[in-house]
Design a protein around this ligand. Structure first.
Ligand code: MCN
Length: 791
């Protein structure tokens, strides 16, 4: 990968500025912050998946030592606290808006999933609150529950909400149905698959937490929350509490991993803000790990049927996809748009398929609401397409690389408008596929398979190609598809008199290294050293506007806003330099942190310009003092990151154990700001993709809706020894054409490619035994059973 000549600018593998704090134990995570006389909040959660609350008796609990208050849904109702609401409204194919049943921060009358908050106990200590909570008497009448999304659509299934007939949240469609019908009709062969995309939990090292306090001077609520999107939380909580956004400050300090799960508005944020205001005291809630399993939004959970019509040469003619997406008990913040608008947009993938139609039914079930989890709709789309491509190769006898190349959008077709909607602006998909298969020594694979078979084991290789809609905005498109909030990003730059810089962005850093990469962009533009740049994120009173970090958007959208704000500073500096150097503005040019007069050796540094702007004694009055600038950036399109991943596995047929031998990831993320960071992002995403395909599974008891995988004893996560050697390379020849830095996002790529590549490799290994299908997770048991059935 080319390294940057400017040692701290774009393209340099700078060591992360933030890591010194984290590695020396001086990070400030929410539970590290000392709040004077904070009261502890214990949340009593529903033990049932579906039940009516007949009564709640809190008298005994209220009278326990150290207990300050006990509240339930009736108290919130008495204070007119509004229902939670989603930030994206999907419209069904008949034109009706999605069903959005009320979701109360503390349940009223009915509970619909295990873990739903029912009451809170606020005590002087956590143990006092927890002990008192045991004395709350709640009388429930249990109702039958349904956890499987397909079963929830049965006529006789238990009904969750009276305003969601048939448990349907929405019935979405996209694409040209009749064109697909015709294409499949005339196809020589129709490839059919049925897939489950397994439900996952987020497992950030730090669990969620919220602390609410009252600032006595401004009489505002200060809400510390482990959120990826502080401005969204301000919007949602203020609206629910019926207060102005000015009356609420949201601070998200250092956060130990988010993975999408912390990007949502949660009941606990509303509960804690409300309780702090009601008691006029600081109220603190830190999620225990067992609570996070039943209260953090969960990811994926699709059941999909797909048909691909192909001609005699293996050309893709038409794709029909039908997916039932499990929404959970209520619609979470972005719970409806991920399985519909986001997922469906990528069902062309890297292919030229001329006719595509997708139908998605969002089904309510008695499970924790689902929402974004690293990849959010894109791993699901990639999985459908790549499983189809493999199956098409299998049924036609074509090589898996060959059938993909035959159907791939080529570089000279860019910009390319897909049959499902999006227009890709850049990328060379065939080049990535060729390079990745070369790195993976795909051509020689058969000889490695033979060697492994001699040892009594099975060996397989799998490929996944994908396109990802990173850089989530653009607002206008999102708005047309139902977004209720804009998705632009904002950057505000303060230039101090000494030329040092403070930049404030609406994104949030919870592991991605933003402090470093945003500083690199500024260092590159303004020619100043990284140590003179400070980055602030995660505080609505310091950062005036913002959207947050999710959808791998921070660099493509936030970084672009920063770049534009820096350009404004440079332009203003030109005027000041022209005046001080007694030259015309057209003769001034800015390079490497200095303003030069063309054709002379006259120059002035950025620091001198900063000083002159902030102490404008020598400037004419028409030059406004100061050098601070703001920029908003709302892209015209997504940034279409793309990649080819190749996985190789070995399977022990006696035990079904899968050993990942190696993994090649070739990604196009446009211009790279920091090669070391992006490689780390690929590794992290891969670990999560590998977890999904090999072991992770969030499982509910279908009889009663109890969560069976409610702790790390029952929910397996990958460990260091699961992760193979990773070869990660990038193609920087195809920058994003519509943002000013050319960057595409990287944060989710690993999680998108891995499930399809590894499933492909496992099925390739099992092919000689006649196993042609397996559902994730591909545990040793699942593989062993499949092998046993075919022996
Ligand atoms: N980057 C770069 N050059 C590019 C693209 C990105 O140098 N062409 C750098 C960025 O500057 C940033 C990092 O790579 O430092 C990731 O950038 P980006 O792809 O814009 O993603 P975001 O910063 O918006 O992060 C969100 C993304 C998502 S959606 C999830 S989920 C996720 C992820 O990033 N969760 C993470 N990575 C994570 N990493 C950690 N450690 N923890 C999480 O919770």
């Amino acid at each position: 990968m080319p390294q940057n000549k400017n040692k701290s600018g774009i393209g340099a593998s700078v060591i992360r500025k933030e890591d010194h704090r984290f590695l020396t134990g001086t990070g400030r995570f929410i539970d590290d912050i000392k709040f004077n006389s904070a009261l502890e909040c214990f949340i009593v959660r529903s033990p049932h998946a579906h039940a009516r609350i007949n009564s709640i008796n809190t008298d005994t609990a209220r009278n326990q030592p150290g207990i300050v208050a006990v509240f339930d849904g009736t108290d919130m109702e008495a204070d007119s606290i509004d229902s939670m609401f989603s930030l994206w409204q999907i419209t069904s194919k008949d034109g009706s808006p999605m069903a959005e049943p009320s979701r109360w921060a503390l349940a009223r009358e009915t509970v619909r999933h295990v873990g739903e908050p029912v009451a809170i106990v606020i005590g002087e200590t956590f143990n006092q609150a927890a002990d008192a909570a045991e004395l709350i008497e709640i009388d429930y009448t249990e109702y039958p529950a349904v956890t499987d999304s397909k079963k929830a659509l049965d006529a006789e299934a238990p009904k969750l909400h009276c305003d969601a007939p048939g448990n349907i949240c929405f019935e979405w469609e996209r694409g040209d149905k009749s064109a697909v019908d015709q294409a499949i009709e005339k196809a020589d062969k129709v490839i059919k698959i049925e897939l489950t995309n397994n439900r996952l939990v987020g497992a950030a090292i730090e669990t969620r937490g919220v602390v609410g306090s009252i600032d006595p001077i401004s009489n505002t609520i200060v809400l510390h929350s482990t959120t990826q999107a502080p401005h969204h939380i301000r919007l949602c909580v203020a609206q629910q509490l019926g207060i102005s956004e000015n009356a609420l400050r949201v601070i998200s300090p250092d956060v130990g991993g988010g993975f999408g799960n912390k990007g949502k508005h949660y009941p606990e944020e509303t509960i804690v803000a409300w309780a702090a205001r009601k008691l006029d005291q600081t109220v603190k809630w830190i999620c225990r790990r067992e609570e996070s399993f039943v209260s953090d939004t969960q990811g994926r959970d699709h059941q999909t049927r797909a048909e691909l019509g192909i001609d005699g040469e293996g050309n893709f003619l038409g794709l029909r996809v039908h997916t039932i997406a499990n929404i959970g008990a209520y619609v979470s913040t972005f719970g409806a748009n991920i399985p519909s608008a986001i997922y469906s947009a990528l069902l062309s993938g890297v292919y030229t398929t001329p006719a595509i139609h997708v139908e998605v039914i969002g089904a309510f079930t008695n499970t924790v609401p689902t929402d974004a989890y690293r990849g959010a709709g894109r791993p699901e789309a990639c999985y459908v397409l790549e499983r189809l491509a493999d199956q098409a190769a299998f049924e036609t006898g074509l090589d898996r690389v060959e059938i993909r190349l035959r159907n791939m959008i080529t570089n000279d077709q860019m910009p390319y408008t897909t049959a499902i909607g999006p227009t890709y602006d850049s990328g060379n998909f065939p080049a990535l596929l060729r390079h990745a298969t070369k790195l993976a020594k795909y051509e020689d694979f058969d000889s490695r398979r033979v060697d492994t078979e001699k040892l009594g084991r099975l060996r397989g290789i799998g490929i996944a190609t994908f396109v990802e809609s990173s850089g989530i905005a653009p607002s206008r498109l999102a708005g047309a598809l139902g977004a209720r909030v804009a998705t632009f990003e904002a950057a505000h730059i303060r230039v101090n008199e000494d030329g040092t810089i403070l930049a404030m962005l609406g994104t949030h850093n919870h592991g991605q290294g933003h402090t470093t990469t945003f500083s690199q962009i500024l260092s590159d533009r303004l020619g100043i050293s990284l140590s003179n740049i400070e980055i602030v994120e995660g505080d609505t009173s310091k950062v005036p506007r913002g959207t947050g970090t999710f959808g791998s958007r921070s660099i493509a959208v936030g970084g672009s806003a920063l770049h534009l704000a820096a350009n404004k500073i440079i332009d203003k500096g030109v005027k000041i330099a022209a005046h001080l150097l007694e030259a015309s503005t057209s003769d001034i040019h800015f390079t490497n942190g200095e303003y030069h007069v063309s054709g002379t050796d006259h120059k002035i540094s950025f620091q001198e310009i900063s000083k002159a702007a902030n102490a404008p004694f020598a400037l004419p009055t028409e030059i406004e003092p100061g050098l601070d600038e703001n920029a908003f950036y709302d892209p015209s399109n997504f940034a279409f990151s793309n990649g080819t991943h190749v996985a190789e596995v070995e399977i022990d047929p006696e035990t079904g154990f899968i050993k990942l031998l190696n993994y090649v990831a070739v990604d196009d993320i446009g211009t790279i700001i920091n090669p070391m960071i992006v490689e780390g992002q690929i590794h992290g995403g891969l670990a999560q993709g590998i977890g999904q395909v090999l072991m992770e599974n969030c499982s509910y008891d279908p009889k009663n809706g109890q969560l069976l995988s409610g702790s790390f004893l029952d929910y397996a996560l990958p460990r260091a020894d699961t992760i193979p050697e990773i070869i990660s390379e990038f193609d920087q020849n195809y920058p994003c054409t519509h943002n000013p830095i050319g960057a595409k996002g990287v944060g989710e790529s690993g999680a998108i490619g891995a499930p399809a590549a590894i499933t492909g490799a496992v099925l390739d290994a099992l092919k000689p035994l006649g196993v042609t299908d397996l559902q994730m997770p591909l545990t040793s048991e699942a593989v062993w059973r499949a092998i046993s059935l075919h022996q």
